[in-house]
Design a protein around this ligand. Structure first.
Ligand SMILES: [Zn+2]
Ligand SMILES: [Zn+2]
Length: 83
């Protein structure tokens, strides 16, 4: 069985339909302002922020920290995993 991760918060699901049906507490528009969104990359042992290169061994810890090179401005958003 495959695992599917939300690219905003790193929550793991075993189906895309259940992932995209749930509100995301780290949605970029605000907590629970939108649904989880599928991370389309492969499952990895280490995730890298596509904006700044910060590495983390879990997507949930990567996406929990503000990004100093976020496109909306320094620390205006969270790290986002590269595919
Ligand atoms: Zn989410
Ligand atoms: Zn970053």
């Amino acid at each position: 069985m495959s695992n599917y991760y939300c690219k905003y918060c790193g929550t793991k699901y075993n189906s895309v339909s259940s992932l995209t049906s749930g509100p995301c507490h780290r949605h970029p528009d605000g907590a629970n302002k939108g649904k989880h969104s599928l991370y389309e990359g492969d499952e990895k042992s280490q995730y890298i922020c596509k904006f700044c290169g910060t590495k983390s061994n879990s997507m949930s810890s990567l996406t929990s920290a503000p990004c100093h090179r976020h496109p909306d401005g320094a620390n205006k958003g969270k790290h986002s995993p590269a595919l």
